[in-house]
Design a protein. Sequence first.
Length: 283
Amino acid sequence: MKLRKVTAAAAAALVLSLTATACGGDDDSSSSGDTGSSGGGDKIKVGIKYDQPGLGLKTPDGSFSGFDVDVATYVAKELGYDENQIEFVETKSADRENALARGDVDFIAATYSITDERKEKVDFAGPYLLAHQDLLVKADSDIVEGTDLNGKKLCSVTGSTSAQNVKDEIAPDAQLKQNGTYSECIAGLQSGAVDAVTTDDSILAGFAAQDQYKGQFKLAGLKLSNENYGIGVKKGDTETVNKINTALEKMVSDGAWEKAVEDNFGPAEYKNEPAPKIGNIVQ
């Protein structure tokens, strides 16, 4: 992450719009590209994260939960699919563009920040959430500003630029610690091995809202960057982008968007931004 200042569609029409992005499958209907029908066993494949509580999480019983999951489910239903026709596919950050290009998924909702570099490879619907880089600290922490991190231990995941950005631009004396997953960072925060964890506030809120952590942590609310989450679609598939934008607009207008925010982030007292203007993207 870089610091930056900053009605339902008819099923028959959907066949035409998604033919270009149909995923190969094991059954005859999928391999023929006929993924637009809402019957006959066809599925829509949606890329999500499997390991981000509050956003995209695969639970032990095999079900899925999170804000991105709720958004993706709403959109897929508006595109003509029943819930049992939605196949969630784990899509890790480094493979999102390739997954769309290969046709592994029809669209991606996975904390996918819209950037100029990514827009060269994929198209985006949305944005559907404005997040910010922030800090997660213990509920009784005296860290209230970025400069308070000087001399403190700051954790993020290996390969992320979040912690380094803080050290370079805000707290040069912060002690950086990298772990393989955010779960490890959160465990370190709980034990006192680190003083703060940094990444998008939505991701931090998702962890803080978990039952085992309720009341233990708080968001600093620093808004160190703007991260507009979009739904990634195969490059050039403008028709599908437009259909998804229509679905997102309906989700906001009928209150389902706000309900999804409260359901997934409410326990962390996440002070989310209002729903962004849908379709406010120059491709």
